[in-house]
Design a protein around this ligand. Structure first.
Ligand SMILES: Cc1ncc(COP(=O)(O)O)c(C=O)c1O
Length: 377
């Protein structure tokens, strides 16, 4: 740190130089984040100094959190669900599993997740000393139910299903997982960090949320397809007693029994989430998701024209293109300033068609993809 501070102008110049090094989203197909909706930015700015960790000082912000959780609860099929706004999918997954584990007296338990689960579950194993058992996937890259069932034993504290997998955007058969969870009397946590703001707005009725009786908790991330500001996550529980198992005692705060993992929490995030959900409403989100799905199909159709097949037809707005050397193709595309990612198994190029994606960017990308593939023979 400097001995003497520098002027505001110099600070802003320094910041601007760094900001220019950041990429702009328009050539990014690798991210599950997107620029926040303009109303989220306005809301965020207004509430920047507020702290949800001490809600008695900021009752307005606390009410925004309550209402945002209520809107998500309704969206997820159970208006009475309770929960809180977290920093994102990782925290929500940690806390959901911690709540499940805290319901048991033993500490050497396990959880059963699909092999497609986000890497946050590996962190959970480490943090909570749980054995993370990974169930096989079927040909559609959904969890194989018999594999999942075979991994459950009397030390299993939760079964986990993914609604919108990180790599392939696939949705696990939550309904059938619910039957297994009910049979064995274990929690069923649904990680819908990505799918939470997508699946409710897709055509067709997916039974994947609290409408499935056995679902005990859901992770949903407003800072992904919810177009809120970062960090904006959500964690919802069906039963208040599960949320209560996360409580700590903090006598010096205005809330004596906080449930969140972090102490100080941004009221700005709550304001941003509240603002986008109220501003767009279901109709607005349906339009956004519809556009992302149209672009996903456009990407698949265009890829097929250059002889590349998708691994699965897009279920959500994640497109995966089957190829022998996706890493090589990714490197070639990087030289053309496209940011894409790859999957592990099966090997594929992975593209996420987010609210910032456009028909123009998809078409430009497809031109480059065709060229790269042709040159590589
Ligand atoms: C399915 C799923 N769960 C959890 C996460 C973790 O979310 P975050 O990066 O907000 O912690 C992600 C991130 O992409 C995800 O795709």
């Amino acid at each position: 740190m400097r001995d003497q501070g520098i002027s505001e102008e110099e600070v802003m110049e320094g910041l601007q130089r760094m900001r220019e090094r950041d990429l702009s989203y328009h050539r990014i197909f690798s991210s599950m984040c997107t620029p926040p909706h303009p109303i989220a930015l306005l809301a965020h700015e207004k509430f920047q100094e507020t702290n949800l960790g001490d809600p008695g000082l900021f009752p307005g912000s606390a009410e925004l959190e309550l209402q945002a959780v209520g809107m998500m609860a309704e969206l997820l099929g159970y208006p009475d669900a309770c929960g809180y706004l977290s920093t994102g999918g990782t925290e929500s997954n940690i806390q959901a599993i911690r709540a499940a584990r805290n319901g048991y007296s033993f500490r050497d338990g396990n959880i059963v997740v699909p092999k497609s689960a986000h890497f946050s579950f590996d962190k959970i194993g480490d943090l909570l000393s749980l054995d993370i058992r990974k169930a096989d996937l079927d040909d559609d890259l959904k969890v194989d139910l018999s594999s999942a069932e075979s991994l459950i034993d009397d030390k299993t504290v939760s079964l986990v299903g993914i609604a919108g997998t990180t790599e392939f955007g696939q949705i696990d058969p939550i309904d059938e997982m619910g039957e297994i969870a009910a049979d064995y009397g274990v929690h069923l946590h649904v990680d819908a960090a990505f799918g939470g703001f997508v699946i409710p707005f897709l055509e067709g009725d997916w039974r994947w949320d609290f409408r499935v009786e056995a679902v005990t908790s859901i992770t949903i991330d407003p800072h992904k397809m919810g177009m809120a500001t970062i960090p904006g996550g959500g964690l919802l529980f069906r039963r208040p007693e599960d949320l209560e198992r996360l409580a700590a005692y903090a006598p010096y705060l205005t809330l004596a029994r906080p449930k969140a993992l972090t102490g100080t929490r941004s009221g700005a995030a709550a304001a941003a989430i509240w603002a986008v959900m109220n501003h767009l409403g279901k109709a607005g989100f349906k339009e956004v998701v519809g556009r992302c799905m149209d672009l996903s199909r456009r990407m698949v159709d265009g890829a097929r024209k250059v002889g590349i097949e998708p691994v699965i037809e897009p279920v959500t707005n994640v497109v995966t293109l089957r190829m022998d050397d996706p890493e090589g193709v990714r490197a070639d595309l990087l030289e053309r300033r496209w940011r894409v990612s790859t999957t592990r198994s099966p090997k594929a190029l992975r593209l996420i068609l987010m609210p910032h994606s456009t028909a123009e960017s998809v078409d430009l990308f497809l031109e480059d993809l065709g060229d790269v593939v042709k040159r590589r023979g």
